[in-house]
Design a protein around this ligand. Structure first.
Ligand code: PRP
Length: 205
């Protein structure tokens, strides 16, 4: 049985369609239900819909053999998994953003609001800039507007959220796209099935 953790949402659906074409179909997954686990015993496949940021946890612990998650999650949580492939979809970037016209004169400790504490710390440590990290869980963009922070480190895709909140990108931290990841032991013991999945990725647009 190959256990596959997919991120709930559009990206996960797209990836499922490719895996289906590769012969790992599980028709029940397309039934409109609130179920989260789907199995096709005949094809030896079981899918889980999980929160995108949780995929790497399932894979690292071996509950899922493979999964799909963003590079942001891999950078932030550094799970002990194999990163097999860049799926070249779900493209966006990790960026520093601030109120329009903000200039960091380096005089005071920089206040940084983010969900991605490790990414933010590493980025500023490399340039020797002192920061005070404020960990938030969402709506990061309002932090600089309300004066909670000087800047944010967050995901920017279209830039619409920043624009609508009068913020702008100061600089890019790293580019992001979806990655196919595998549990290390699973990769050893289920190599053939995983290789077949990798080949199916060609059918992702
Ligand atoms: C992300 C990110 C931004 C937004 C950027 O949030 O945190 O808020 O997308 O997208 P844009 O550049 O296209 O406007 P997400 O929707 O993932 O949810 P979150 O609030 O939980 O972070």
């Amino acid at each position: 049985m190959l256990n596959i953790a997919l991120p709930k949402g559009r990206l996960g659906e797209k990836v499922y369609n490719a895996f289906e074409k590769a012969g790992f179909e599980c028709p029940s997954i397309k039934e409109n239900s609130r179920k989260l686990i789907f199995e096709n015993a005949e094809k030896g496949v079981r899918y889980f819909w999980v929160k995108p940021s949780d995929v790497s946890i399932y894979v690292e612990r071996g509950v899922a053999d493979v999964g799909v998650c963003g590079k942001d999650i891999l950078e932030e949580y550094q799970p002990d998994v194999y990163e097999l492939l860049d799926l070249k979809t779900g493209v966006c970037r990790m960026a520093v953003a601030a109120k329009k016209g903000f200039y960091d004169d380096g005089a005071n400790t920089l206040k940084v609001a983010t969900k991605f504490v490790r990414c933010a710390k590493e980025f500023y440590a490399k340039r020797g800039r002192d920061i005070d990290v404020i960990k938030l869980n969402g709506s990061i963009e309002i932090a600089p507007i309300l004066g909670l922070s000087d800047v944010i480190v967050d995901i920017v895709e279209t830039g619409t959220t920043l624009k609508e909140n009068d913020l702008e990108v100061v600089e890019t931290v790293f580019p992001i796209s979806a990655r196919l990841i595998a549990n290390k032991a699973s990769f050893k013991f289920k190599t053939a099935a995983i290789e077949k999945l990798i080949a199916s990725v060609d059918t992702l647009e």
